[in-house]
Ligand binder design. Structure first.
Ligand SMILES: [Fe+2]
Ligand SMILES: [Fe+2]
Length: 339
């Protein structure tokens, strides 16, 4: 490292340590030589991060360490990079960043002698999430209109699913269930039936039982949902829509998947959805008490439901009842919706 870089580092340490803008100084191989507190906080790295490669931290979109290196060595880019990063953590939600990396020249204007880089980060997670969710919430509203769903079924399904995922996260038995998983399922469980937007109204709202051919069309809401949610950046959206009617013993639809072949998120939403459907009054059935509904969930272990998740349901079932009571539908005509 050249003397100029060292001077620059001292300057950074003196003036930028307290800056609220997360920033790091990199050597010419893109390893971190200095980072301010805001940077360490942003990446949840209180123990320091010098010596690590910047690509490992920021996971810059579409760029591995090598192509980032080539881009920064390229004088035609001004030895600079502007782009987005997406970082994942076990115990924190996913982080989206806007990133700018600019060169530190050994001598001003001499672009062949880059001695290091300065990287600036902006936390774009909230704005990213808000704009993404706004789009999918409108989609959800459209499907609810079509489905005549004035009740709070989907809100409750979000809450039960979130409750189970949170329990699994605290329990730590399944590494799939990180902070991101919990946060995503709490939003995406509600989307399980968006595919009903493609089912004709007379089938969707038919009182009484369905003919075989009508049932056949009804089942396509899983694949329609997967198609519609294909644009969502996390695969969980598609998994839930496609697989929330699969059964542990392989007798569900659309693909007859068995056991662990069914994505975990969908196995959780299935229990949440069935419990709530059992509790609710529909035109073709009466509502059930908590005792009856939870009894049926427990009975469905290994046939309809994942036995490990049913064990978790057994622990949490009183909380399910609380959520149902808290968000109970009031003064609504009996819905003719099918699960
Ligand atoms: Fe469904
Ligand atoms: Fe449902």
């Amino acid at each position: 490292m050249g003397d100029d870089t060292l001077d620059f580092l001292r300057f950074k340490e003196n003036h930028h340590q307290k800056s609220a803008v997360p920033q790091a100084v990199l050597d010419s191989d893109l390893h971190i030589t200095w980072a301010n507190k805001a940077f360490e906080n942003l990446f949840h790295r209180q123990e320091g991060c010098t010596g690590e490669h910047i690509a490992g931290f920021a996971q810059l979109s579409g760029l591995d360490g090598r192509s980032l290196y080539h881009q920064l060595k390229d004088p035609s880019t001004g030895n600079s990079f502007t782009g987005n990063g997406e970082s994942r953590f076990q115990h924190h939600p996913r982080l989206f960043t806007n990133v700018h990396i600019v060169p530190i020249y050994r001598e001003p204007g001499a672009d062949e002698s880059v001695s290091g880089y300065c990287a600036y980060f902006h936390d774009a997670t909230q704005s990213h999430k808000q704009s993404l969710r706004a789009i999918f919430l409108s989609l959800l509203e459209a499907s609810r209109m079509k489905d005549n769903d004035t009740g709070r079924h989907i809100e409750r399904v979000n809450r039960y699913s979130s409750l189970m995922a949170e329990y699994m996260y605290e329990d730590g038995t399944d590494l799939q269930v990180d902070r991101d998983f919990v946060e995503n399922i709490s939003f995406l469980a509600a989307m399980h039936d968006v595919g009903k937007i493609g089912v004709p109204d007379d089938i969707l709202n038919k009182a009484g039982s369905l003919e075989d051919w009508e049932w056949e069309i009804m089942t396509t809401h899983t694949l329609n949902g997967a198609y519609i949610l294909g644009a969502y950046p996390d695969p969980m959206a598609v998994e839930i829509a496609r697989s929330h009617h699969e059964r542990w013993d392989g007798s569900g639809y659309p693909y007859g998947l068995m056991e662990d072949m069914i994505p975990l998120s969908a196995r959780i939403v299935t229990i949440a959805d069935v419990y709530d459907a059992l509790r609710s009054r529909r035109s073709y059935k009466d509502e059930m008490s908590h005792e009856q509904a939870s009894g049926l969930i427990l009975l469905g272990s290994r046939t309809q439901f994942d036995p490990d998740l049913v064990d978790i349901f057994r622990v949490l079932k009183d909380n399910f009842a609380e959520i149902y009571d808290e968000l109970e539908d009031t003064n609504l005509p009996p819905s003719s919706r099918r699960r």
